[in-house]
Ligand binder design. Structure first.
Ligand code: ADP
Ligand SMILES: O=P(O)(O)O[C@H]1O[C@H](CO)[C@@H](O[C@H]2O[C@H](CO)[C@@H](O)[C@H](O)[C@H]2O)[C@H](O)[C@H]1O
Length: 558
């Protein structure tokens, strides 16, 4: 039984802390949850007005010598649909508790006291992933397999055949929460394994697990092997993915940080050579028809060209592999009219929501951007016409399972090759949508936008720091040439695949449609998350609207 001290808010328990949800403790925990959730990087509801947070499932976990409770928390907002978040909690007392409150204050949920004969023990209830013993016990539970029951369903842990090659037997690898956490939280076990706990629970398998498990089963060399999963199962419902164990890939950083360095070094070399390079060479070539890059430009850009080509080949290999499966969840499907209609509707919705957001927030943007924003709002019909090309296109190839949120941050550089990670799809979309088969040009467009982001982000930060001259044409040249290298290598890899559209113009039009969709998504992402970066997709959209493929798409859609 638990009671709450009304002054301190501390929850006092007469026996074990595990009885925290009995008596007054549950309401106290639920009152503490909003504050804790909004402090977390992984909490996706920060931009919404939170109304309530309620514990809707509690699964006691007695793993090895550790005790934890896995909580499912239903969060409701003033508007819109509720969300469910996953939070494993455990307790620490005395000096351990003080250490946790000092080092990881964001992990603490509530103050507790357990009444023991005579003097109470004071402690904290906190996110169990930060407890090394729990992290070890969870890893072992995946390897062993097992089930723990909650009120409505059970948590099931299971290993794949790859577990043994990932986790050395009888080992105790140092475990720690990774600082790079984003929408989820991952625990790293030495240089061998990584356990990712998904924070938002949604019905159905997470594509990260589904795609990862498939790629592991065919020994795909350019993604981390999946060693197991933790799922929540309930009679009559699809399992929900709670955790994913995968091989840790020792790496020298992601392709995003590599490309930022490459752009920085390119731009710093330009002034010394600019006078020798004919301006038409800087502006020449297109993404789709780049022609041979002039030697002066190749030399200036340097090794980023070969890196982009390698990434293009790996992306092609990923798509060919994903399209090879006969499993109904993977096997390619024709782009029938109904699918294209649904995609057009989703793109048109994205555009009208983003356009509204841009109109609302436009006035708070810096003045030069306000003009750009209003020009874009005026070009609304043109944007819609490009998306409408999807309805008219005759040969769109096949749709396949894709990465879904492909950008330079989703690729790790091992020192000798690229490894593709995070097959979760765009975190804001429902799982069902993320598992839908799409045109492979969705991923291609994602990566091409990312090259453009890298170039623009460096120009923007150099401009803010007062470095350099008018670097934009040079940055555009970098992103077009590096992007074209990626695209050419990718096309070479997939041109004989059944999913690739046979008519070259169809592929070019499809690419334009997906580039525009991604850039509109980015505009909405930046307006909501990083207003200082809004200029990047704004310029991106204008550039995309001027591409030949986009003009052809708009003509088709009019
Ligand atoms: N298998 C892996 N090996 C090594 N590092 C990884 C691995 N998977 C992810 N990471 C690192 O963790 C970060 C976050 O991983 P990611 O899967 O993108 O998480 P999230 O879904 O939370 O965005 C990555 O940017 C990368 O630095
Ligand atoms: O990595 P996530 O799954 O969290 O993806 C989201 O955040 C990304 C930003 O971290 C965002 O990507 C955009 O910014 C990147 C640079 O930070 C850039 O490389 C990408 O091209 C650009 O789209 C992504 O869109 C979003 O879903």
């Amino acid at each position: 039984m638990s009671v709450v001290d009304s002054q301190s808010g501390r929850i006092t328990l007469s026996e074990s802390w595990e009885r925290i949800l009995e008596g007054e403790g549950k309401a106290r925990l639920e009152a503490a949850l909003p504050g804790m959730l909004t402090r977390q990087r992984w909490f996706g509801g920060k931009a919404r007005t939170l109304a309530t947070a309620a514990v809707v499932e509690a699964i006691p976990l007695h793993l090895e010598a550790t005790q934890a409770i896995l909580l499912f928390i239903e969060v409701t907002y003033r508007d819109g649909v509720p969300e469910t978040y996953v939070l494993p909690v455990t307790a620490a007392f005395g000096e351990d508790a003080e250490g946790i409150a000092r080092e990881w204050p964001q992990a603490v949920l509530a103050q507790v006291a357990v009444a023991e004969a005579g003097s109470p023990r004071y402690g904290v209830l906190y996110d169990a992933l930060w407890q090394e013993a729990f992290a070890h016990a969870l890893l072992a539970a995946v390897g062993r397999g097992g089930r723990s029951s909650g009120r409505a369903g059970s948590l099931v842990a299971a290993a794949t055949a790859a577990y043994r090659s990932i986790v050395p037997p009888e080992s105790r690898l140092p475990a720690c929460v990774m600082k790079t956490e984003q929408s989820n939280t991952s625990v790293r076990y030495g240089d061998r394994a990584m356990l990712k706990l998904y924070r938002r629970l949604q019905p159905g398998s997470n594509p990260d697990l589904e795609i990862g498990r498939f790629l592991t089963s065919v020994s795909f060399p350019y993604s981390p092997a999946v060693g197991g999963a933790i799922e929540y199962v309930r009679p009559g419902c699809e399992p929900m993915t709670v955790g994913l164990l995968q091989a840790f890939v020792p790496n020298q950083g992601d392709a995003w940080s590599m490309m930022l360095k490459a752009v920085e070094s390119y731009l710093s070399r330009v002034p010394a050579r600019a006078a020798d390079v004919d301006p038409s060479l800087v502006a020449g070539g297109t993404l789709w028809e780049p022609g041979e890059a002039p030697e002066e430009v190749r030399q200036l850009i340097g090794p980023a060209l070969a890196s982009a080509a390698c990434l293009g080949r790996r992306t092609g290999a990923l798509h060919r592999t994903l399209a090879r499966s006969e499993d109904p969840a993977f096997c390619p499907e024709p782009m029938i009219k109904d699918y294209r209609r649904a995609r057009f509707a989703s793109m048109a919705r994205l555009w009208s929501d983003t356009r509204l957001l841009l109109t609302e927030r436009g006035a708070s943007l810096p003045p030069p951007m306000q003009d750009e924003a209003s020009h874009l709002v005026d070009r609304g019909r043109e944007v819609e016409a490009v998306f409408r090309a999807l309805l008219e296109i005759e040969d769109a190839g096949l749709r396949i399972r894709c990465h879904g949120d492909y950008h330079l941050g989703q690729v790790l550089w091992t020192g000798s090759d690229y490894v593709i990670i995070d097959f979760e799809g765009e975190p804001a979309r429902p799982l069902r949508e993320r598992r839908t088969k799409q045109s492979p040009l969705l991923d291609v467009a994602g990566m091409l936008r990312s090259f453009d982001y890298a170039a623009s982000a460096v120009v923007q930060s150099r401009r803010t720091a007062g470095i350099g001259f008018d670097e934009e044409p040079w940055a555009d040249c970098w992103s077009r040439r590096v992007g074209a290298e990626f695209l050419t290598a990718y096309r070479r890899e997939v041109e004989t695949a059944a999913f690739w559209p046979r008519a070259p113009q169809a592929a070019e039009v499809l690419l334009a449609v997906h580039l525009l969709e991604k850039a509109v998504y980015e505009l909405s992402y930046e307006l909501n998350n990083r207003p200082e970066w809004v200029a990047i997709p704004l310029k991106g959209i204008t550039d995309i609207l001027n591409m030949n493929g986009t003009r052809a798409a708009a003509a088709l859609g009019r």
